[in-house]
Design a protein around this ligand. Structure first.
Ligand SMILES: *Cc1c(COP(=O)(O)O)cnc(C)c1O
Length: 216
């Protein structure tokens, strides 16, 4: 997407440093095929069940889980996804570590940076408290942080959220060498602002695939 490149250049970044994940929930295999043919290499789903047939249809794509993961689906998630972006609790991290076996399960830690009661994720304070122990869990590789921002009226209103996640990442990385620097932030309405503030992964659904059907 040219708009990612433009936003990268505006902020003096290399467009190659930003990965676009096409979040394909509710999108059928036919539409996905068109996007993959057009060059989309990374796809995201927020449910294990919905992802299963799509991963089978596009095994060469890189698949990311971006939605809440129930502990009992953790094993299946490890099989399907190469990055689990939505690890939102110590207990889920421990569970993934237990079943990781000899694999290295790549994860991001989801942070509820706006302290929104409707959103999942570690609070910044909890993450600070637990991170040392979490990074010592065997079988996990913690690539970085992820957040789902508030719904905002104007993209600009999301900037403070993205700045807060970047600063949290910087301060945690300064104390924990094992924490990766990936920042997954920004969705269809605000990904350009996220890129300007340092996103390395942006998650686009509607901007790529059109509006999702509304649930009646
Ligand atoms: C649906 C979803 C997206 C994509 O949302 P759009 O607003 O359609 O870009 C991104 N991240 C997560 C976690 C999602 O659930």
């Amino acid at each position: 997407m040219g708009r990612i490149g433009d936003a990268a250049h505006r902020s003096g970044r290399e467009p190659e440093a930003i990965r676009l994940v096409g979040v394909s929930k509710t999108v059928g295999v036919e539409r996905l095929a068109a996007a993959v043919a057009a060059g989309l290499t990374t796809l995201g789903e927020n449910r294990v069940q919905e992802a299963s047939p799509k991963v089978a249809a596009f095994p060469d794509a890189e698949w990311h889980l971006v939605g809440q993961l129930q502990g009992n689906k953790a094993g299946r998630a490890i099989e399907l996804f190469s990055l689990i972006q939505s690890v939102d609790s110590m207990s889920l991290a421990e569970r993934l570590s237990r079943i990781a076996d000899t694999r290295h399960v790549r994860i991001l830690l989801q942070v509820n940076i706006d302290a929104d009661p409707a959103k999942a994720g570690f609070s910044a304070t909890d993450l600070d408290a637990h991170l040392g122990r979490l990074l010592e869990l065997p079988g996990l590789r913690v690539d970085g942080l992820m957040t789902v921002g508030r719904l905002v009226e104007r993209p600009e209103d999301a900037r403070s959220t993205f700045v807060a996640l970047r600063r949290l990442s910087e301060s945690l990385q300064a104390r924990h060498g094992a924490l990766g620097g990936a920042l997954s932030m920004g969705m269809s309405d605000d990904f350009e602002v996220a890129v300007e503030e340092g996103a390395t992964i942006v998650r686009g659904g509607r901007a790529l695939f059109g509006d999702r059907p509304t649930i009646a």
